[in-house]
Design a protein around this ligand. Sequence first.
Ligand SMILES: NC(=O)c1ccc[n+]([C@@H]2O[C@H](COP(=O)([O-])OP(=O)(O)OC[C@H]3O[C@@H](n4cnc5c(N)ncnc54)[C@H](O)[C@@H]3O)[C@@H](O)[C@H]2O)c1
Length: 450
Amino acid sequence: MRIAVVGAGYVGLVSGACFSEFGVSVTCVDTDAARIARLQRGEMPIYEPGLEALVASNAAAGRLVFSTDLAAAVAGAEAVFIAVGTPSRRGDGHADLSYVFAAAEAIGRALSDYAVVVTKSTVPVGTGRQVAAILHRVCPDGHFDVASNPEFLREGSAIEDFMRPDRVVIGADSERAGAVLRQLYRPLYLIETPMLFTDIETAELIKYAANAFLATKITFINEIADLCERVGADVQDVARGIGLDGRIGRKFLHAGPGFGGSCFPKDCRALVRTAREAEAGLSIVETVVQVNEARKRRMADKIIAACGGAVDGCTLAVLGLTFKPNTDDMRDSPSLEILPRLMGAGARIRAFDPEGMAEAKKLMPELDYCNDAYQTMRGADALVLLTEWNEFRALDLARVRDLLAAPLVIDLRNIYQPEELAAAGLSYVSIGRPPGNAGGIALYPTGMQS
Ligand SMILES: NC(=O)c1ccc[n+]([C@@H]2O[C@H](COP(=O)([O-])OP(=O)(O)OC[C@H]3O[C@@H](n4cnc5c(N)ncnc54)[C@H](O)[C@@H]3O)[C@@H](O)[C@H]2O)c1
């Protein structure tokens, strides 16, 4: 079987590499010639654990090729996936579909034999029909079907998510399109992955509903964390106490500085837009968007308050810039809201991130970028933990205390237990837990830990 994947970003590249691992012949196409040239040299344009080796082995086997020639890639392909970006449209929050429509036009001009044109990008309800209309316009005599196959992979564990998904959703109106996609996903069917066949509109909406639900869950625990701070409770234990209820589940109950990334913020905004246009109430998601944006802004105030009410002239050591660990993706990262505000209040920021610094330098060139975690801390007035990379989970706390000018840790991911910071002589402020002073204030009993 031969397929083409249009768009070689986080989703297109991972999907293409994983399909080739299934034994399918895959051509990944991108309009970004520099990106394709790098891929042809075996260099990864993004950081994703395991991707380089997966690409290398399948490229060596001749099953995975990279090209800017969309027409050649589409000719003879049984399925053509659209995996281009759908960022927020400036101003109104609607998904910007210009990349999807441009890809559809180019595919339509290149179609020869029958193919299923599959939208893998996250697109609002109705986009599949619009893609079909474009294809009919530019290729009136073409044989094709359209389908929706939303992608649920998470950056940082994208390959595992693609290879062992909780489910595969396929929206198609024709038997033939469904059969092509069933065949393509056969290796997952064989490991009993649930396959959900729906119409196109339903598949499109499932993706947004899933992301909005997860964003709501995060926002819920974030607001509970704020309440914990007011009443002296510990959000870690609250999350565990509710998460052990099978109806609730433990995942996505980690309080933090607010969700970011390339999907949740823009997908929530786009879903709100869709609901407004359909005159359907979706006030929960509207509130989630507002609460989350306000939260990211408020995190700077929280840090300033922890530093005694002012950071003018202070040096802050910041660990983690990406929106989550194991990715280099900076899109909508909380750091982009928090750090400029701190600098606006007069702070100097020394920062380190294991994979995100190249991208961060483009967006925040005024930060002092360091070579490792400990270098950021030398003489700093506080340590701020912004992203929970594994290498920040086991810092030598005695060394942290010795390096810092003032022994203050502001842990916005609750990586550390209050007791271990206190034992190391470090004052701390975290999310949804009572603060601690190195002088040895009585710690709030955290109850059923571990
Ligand atoms: N990143 C994620 O974790 C994730 C997860 C699930 C779904 N999605 C969705 O998948 C889609 C892609 O997201 P991404 O993060 O991979 O985006 P990305 O920005 O990393 O990659 C998009 C790629 O498409 C290319 N492109 C744009 N127009 C093109 C065209 N006409 N022809 C060929 N290539 C073109 C760009 O050059 C870029 O390399 C979005 O709709 C996103 O919401 C993303």
